[in-house]
Design a protein around this ligand. Structure first.
Ligand SMILES: Cc1cc2nc3c(=O)[nH]c(=O)nc-3n(C[C@H](O)[C@H](O)[C@H](O)COP(=O)(O)OP(=O)(O)OC[C@H]3O[C@@H](n4cnc5c(N)ncnc54)[C@H](O)[C@@H]3O)c2cc1C
Ligand SMILES: NC(=O)c1ccc[n+]([C@@H]2O[C@H](COP(=O)([O-])OP(=O)(O)OC[C@H]3O[C@@H](n4cnc5c(N)ncnc54)[C@H](O)[C@@H]3O)[C@@H](O)[C@H]2O)c1
Length: 452
């Protein structure tokens, strides 16, 4: 058998690609993997995992400062940016060093370079043509080009993770996940931070009342949030003082910065993939797939994760679920397996974290008779005992069925507690079921009994 012919070619090495490559190889398939950057993908190298190191630092600083004079003496706890960078690399460097070997050790052929389709079942990479019965595309996403004058002066999230020092004034363009998470870190490092967000709310997937609470808390800690702000240009020279120009209704403003960060959204990584040559249909939201994650136009091709137009949020758990069913669908004549996303929980690792699952209040009230249970929980004992001051919740319960329609949390451990709601909602537990479950005490989980 030629060393350029395989059962499966996998493009990318992120969460979806790595699952599919390893599982198919364990099932006896001849597998090739192509990666254009270091092996490991965004989540492990430039996304979720390194990000959590940074947000852990910010959270720790905030907790110590919040507890100063009550739980601890505050001796000026701060973030040492170089130390943080070195600690982050303790997580990313081993992935870079070991990931490719983990493929090779299992007998998976590895190729370096940017893969592009040469035909419906063939891929060009690094001057070679590879052929396969099936091709999996898991190429992820990249920052949407900032098409404004001086747009290239803004650094990308990848570069933020490589900064060895943080300048004093930092402006974030966009107010989604990346900007708000990084803004919280930068502020805890002592920077003056401005977030410029075009819509009327930062963190659009989250509850507006809890977002307001978070924005107010963040404002008191050095994060200025401007909504309704359309960024139009970045003037000046990168590395020195720049001016970020933006418009609000009828007025033009500027924000001075030594560092400007692009947090204005990401788009599927399809530009150089030669999808037309592969007869793979795509649109602005990614590769068009059927309910089985197979290309709608080329039955030999499957796609998942951030580059697939699944209609689901581009997150690691959704990429993993899609990969799980693709493994089952890839080599059967007619695929039957669909992703079982359940209700997808989301969390922004701001300080404190904000989390959501299920319907928003507006969605729930439009379709159900809803019991809206909400409170500012900063006065609750569990929160006060930590020394923290920013917490709240909103739980939406269908009055007829007693089912939970949505849950929204802000505060310490929100990123963990939301998973209790995920379990309850996936398995159709009622609010009464949750209320009647004994949880350890005193914990944030035990607060759930008061929320439902
Ligand atoms: C800063 C940041 C923080 C994030 N934090 C979270 C979080 O906390 N929780 C969460 O759930 N999600 C988070 N995400 C999103 C998460 O990282 C993605 O949803 C997830 O990585 C998608 O996985 P994937 O399988 O699509 O592949 P990716 O992880 O996106 O990997 C794609 C791979 O394909 C490679 N590639 C691209 N084009 C080609 C080509 N032509 N040829 C060869 N290789 C190619 C890329 O180099 C990359 O290695 C974050 C994202 C970012 C950017
Ligand atoms: N904790 C997590 O799970 C996590 C963390 C980071 C990223 N992610 C994933 O990565 C994706 C991309 O994150 P992101 O933060 O880059 O994008 P995002 O889509 O979350 O937010 C970008 C925001 O920027 C705004 N914007 C765009 N252009 C603008 C302009 N010129 N001026 C002002 N505002 C502008 C958009 O309206 C949008 O609200 C997320 O949707 C998410 O799926 C997840």
């Amino acid at each position: 058998m030629s060393d350029s012919v395989f059962d499966l070619i996998v493009i990318g090495t992120g969460p979806s690609a790595s699952t599919i490559a390893h599982k198919c190889r364990s099932g006896g398939k001849r597998v090739a993997v192509v990666e254009e950057r270091g092996f490991g993908g965004v989540c492990a190298l430039r996304g979720c995992n390194p990000k959590k190191v940074y947000t852990n630092a910010a959270d720790l600083v905030d907790r110590v400062r919040g507890a100063a004079g009550r739980l601890v003496d505050d001796n000026g706890v701060t973030i040492d940016w170089e130390q943080l960078l070195a600690f982050k690399r303790e997580f990313t460097q081993p992935v870079l060093e070991k990931s490719e070997a983990s493929y090779r050790d299992k007998g998976i052929a590895t190729f370096h370079g940017s893969a592009s389709f040469a035909g419906p079942r063939s891929i060009a990479v690094d001057g070679q043509i590879l052929e396969a019965e099936r091709i999996f595309v898991g190429v992820g996403a990249h920052p949407r080009p900032l098409e404004i004058p001086g747009g290239k002066r803004a650094i990308l999230s990848d570069e933020f993770f490589e900064l060895s020092r943080l300048p004093r004034r930092v402006v974030f363009i966009g107010g989604g996940y990346i900007s708000m998470e990084f803004a919280c870190v930068a502020a805890r490092s002592g920077a003056e931070v401005t977030v410029l967000q075009r819509p009327s709310q930062v963190l659009p997937p989250f509850d507006p009342d809890l977002v307001d609470q978070l924005v107010e808390y963040s404002r008191e800690r050095g994060v200025k949030v401007v909504t309704g702000a359309n960024v139009t240009a970045i003037d000046g020279v990168g590395g020195q003082e720049m001016n970020v120009m933006y418009e609000t209704t009828g007025a033009v403003h500027s924000a001075a910065a030594e560092l400007v960060v692009h947090g204005a959204g990401r788009i599927p990584n399809l530009d150089d993939l030669g999808l037309d040559a592969g007869e793979v249909a795509f649109g602005e939201h990614g590769i068009q797939v059927d309910p089985f994650m197979r290309s709608v136009s080329n039955p030999a091709v499957f796609a998942a994760g951030d580059c697939a137009d699944s209609g689901k949020p581009p997150l690691t758990p959704t990429a993993n679920e899609e990969a799980r069913i693709i493994v089952k669908n890839l080599f059967v004549d007619e695929p039957t397996q669909r992703p079982d996303y359940g209700v997808i929980p989301q969390v922004a690792f701001t300080v404190p974290a904000i989390a959501a699952i299920g319907m928003s209040q507006a969605e729930a009230e439009a379709a159900h008779d809803v019991d809206v249970r909400s409170d500012d929980t900063s006065t609750w004992g569990s929160v006060r005992k930590t020394g923290q001051r920013c917490a709240g919740y909103k739980v939406l319960i269908d009055k007829q069925s007693d089912r939970i329609l949505g849950a929204h949390l802000l505060g310490p451990a929100a990123e963990e507690t939301i998973n209790l709601f995920a379990l309850a909602m996936k398995h159709n537990l009622t609010a009464t079921d949750m209320k009647s479950t004994l949880f350890t005490f005193p914990t944030f989980a035990s607060d759930v009994r008061r929320m439902v």
